[in-house]
Ligand binder design. Structure first.
Ligand SMILES: OC[C@H]1O[C@](O)(CO)[C@@H](O)[C@@H]1O
Length: 580
């Protein structure tokens, strides 16, 4: 959509979907003389490779969470780590299986919180490598277990530390590095890899249990294969640069600019890189005006402009991502569909395949329809699916003998699949994108850590309480999720600002400026002149040396770019309430 704004005498052209749009470049050209305005590649080799490599963190997530339900059904796993009942049969008590399953979630929660301050100190890139090592240690502890069930539990806790840390670091790395026009899709690729991980775990479990039914190879091979993903990510990331936002924050401006140029596929003299560098530096200046110690840094985060709002929003969205009810199917699908006498293993494979394949569609939707529209549509879709699912399950299925009501059984599966289609294209991937783009640089790691922790807490709650709840209210549990989906839609409508096509600095400005969320899709970021005026007012002018002076600069020189701020046609807009 091309917007033409007549703002007190100024005409601004802005195409929020296409950074290469002639209109957008035209608008910029009018503002900044002497820069390169040639079209940019949409996806560069660097951003593609980064998308694939870093998303391996998602594969580790999905693979680890997806494998355990299968282990609990494996003969050798049960023999080694189960208990014996009075008839001499092996079984897992609810407490023991619950602990083995849930310790991963406790570990992930801890990992997500601990990883933030470390990432702020040693950087995103080295942190990813470090937490891959921790995850691998968790795998060693599990594989080395002979008969001690608590060793498996400890191993899962340690692996969980790594998985949780990576669930914070990977989307953060992607969001801090990606160009705005593919940021949404790139962060969604993280979710795509989660779904791939769940799918692979289900397939490997099936394959190893079939081929090594009475041997420890059935589960040890599956755990061991996890090393492969951690090795690829932990070593591979070392061949990629640190994120430009972290580098700028830590005085590595030249390296940061080189990285931006690589992912944008251009030179520092291109208007997109030039304005991005300027924006990042300006934000850093504004944020760094307040200097405090580490503890005050944490508490101060809640007092920083609109941070409490954004933290609550991030945590709320992650909570509602879990309360969509997706893990009701992924964790308990086998049990749900066993009760309707349909081959549970096949059903699980079908659900996982739909989840994986349709997430690709999510990557497209996030950049073409935006976050807000997609999420609201997804919520309504999932609401309808759960209403039908719950009603058919409760009123039409004969719970005592499901074989007597085969048609409702099929309807249940169809609506479970349709639900997953809705989740995988919207709430599954897009919440990771939103939480990675709403926080300002200074508090991004900590803010994201709290929202990621919220995802894991609710993940744990769904995993742990679902058996008790379904026992009490059977399929009516679906109504609870249906209600939560409506609440989720309302939260998006009233509180989320559209981030499609915008830089993360522009999104920060939108939150600081109290842009009305339901009008935010049409919001025009402040003009360069307006930003220059704010800079002057806030005393955060840029050092002219900091921009446009790279060796690799092409045609334009610093002299051609006005350090006091780019020139615009005219603007009298003074409606912004807070400084950048
Ligand atoms: O694709 C389903 C998976 O996606 C998540 O919600 C993470 O985004 C997991 O909790 C779930 O198992």
């Amino acid at each position: 959509m091309v917007l033409k704004l007549h703002n007190m005498g100024m005409t601004v052209y802005f195409d929020e979907h296409d950074p290469n749009s002639e209109k957008r470049r035209e608008g910029q050209r009018a503002s900044l003389a002497g820069l390169d305005y040639s079209p940019l590649p949409r996806v560069t080799k660097m951003s593609f490779m980064m998308g694939v490599l870093v998303s391996m963190g998602g594969l580790i997530f999905g693979y680890d969470t997806g494998q355990i339900s299968g282990f609990l059904e494996m003969v050798d796993f049960l023999d080694r780590f189960g208990q014996t009942n009075s008839e001499g049969e092996r079984y897992f008590s609810t407490v023991r299986s619950g602990l083995i399953v849930a310790l991963l979630s406790i570990g992930t929660l801890t990992g997500a919180l601990v990883a933030a301050p470390i990432a702020d100190r040693i950087g995103r890139r080295l942190s990813i490598s470090l937490w891959c090592i921790v995850t691998s240690v968790g795998f060693v502890i599990q594989i080395a277990a002979i008969t001690a069930w608590y060793q498996v539990m400890i191993g899962r806790y340690v692996a969980g530390l790594g998985v949780g840390a990576l669930s914070l670091l990977v989307p953060m790395y992607q969001a801090e590095t990606a160009p705005p026009w593919i940021r949404g899709a790139l962060v969604c690729a993280y979710q795509l890899f989660i779904t791939m991980g769940i799918f692979l775990a289900a397939c490997f479990n099936y394959g190893t249990e079939k081929n090594y039914p009475n041997s420890s190879a059935s589960w040890r091979i599956v755990v061991g294969l996890g090393w492969l993903w951690t090795l690829i990510l932990g070593v591979g990331i070392l061949f990629f640069p640190e994120t430009p936002r972290f580098d700028f924050r830590n005085g590595q401006a030249e390296r940061a600019k080189r990285t931006l140029c690589k992912v944008y596929g251009t030179t520092p003299n291109h208007w997109s890189v030039y304005t991005q560098v300027e924006e990042i530096q300006m934000k850093l200046r504004a944020e760094d005006k307040i200097k405090v110690g580490p503890w005050r840094e944490f508490t101060g985060m809640f007092r920083a402009p609109r941070m409490t709002y954004r933290i609550l929003l991030g945590m709320g969205l992650q909570m509602f991502q879990q309360l969509t009810g997706a893990n009701y199917f992924f964790y308990y699908g086998t049990t749900i569909f066993r009760s309707v006498q349909i081959n549970s293993f096949i059903t699980q494979i079908i659900l996982n395949t739909i989840n994986f394949v349709t997430t690709f569609l999510g990557l497209y939707m996030v950049e073409h329809f935006g976050r807000r529209k997609s999420l609201i549509a997804g919520s309504i879709w999932m609401f309808i699916c759960f209403m039908i699912f719950a009603s058919v399950g409760h009123f039409m299925l004969n719970l005592d003998d499901p074989a007597l009501t085969p048609t409702p059984g099929v309807v249940l599966i169809v609506f479970a699949c349709l639900f997953i289609l809705g989740f995988a294209t919207t709430w599954g991937p897009m919440i990771w994108t939103i939480q990675a783009e709403i926080f300002p640089s200074r508090y991004r790691a900590k803010g994201m850590a709290l929202s990621t922790a919220s995802n894991w807490i609710w993940n744990f709650n769904i995993g742990f309480f679902t058996p008790f709840i379904t026992k009490a209210i059977d399929f009516r549990y679906g109504y609870v999720f249906a209600g939560c989906n409506i609440l989720g839609a309302l939260i998006v409508y009233f509180f989320v600002i559209e981030g499609q096509g915008r830089t993360i600095e522009e999104i920060d400005t939108a939150y600081l400026d109290h842009v009305t969320p339901w009008k935010s899709s049409k919001w025009i970021p402040p003009s360069p002149e307006e930003m220059a005026r704010r800079r002057r007012e806030a005393g955060t002018e840029l050092d002219p040396e900091a921009i446009g002076d790279d060796d690799t600069t092409g045609g334009a020189t610093r002299g051609q770019v006005d350090p006091d701020g780019p020139k615009v046609e005219s603007s009298n807009d003074t409606s912004h309430r807070e400084t950048v």
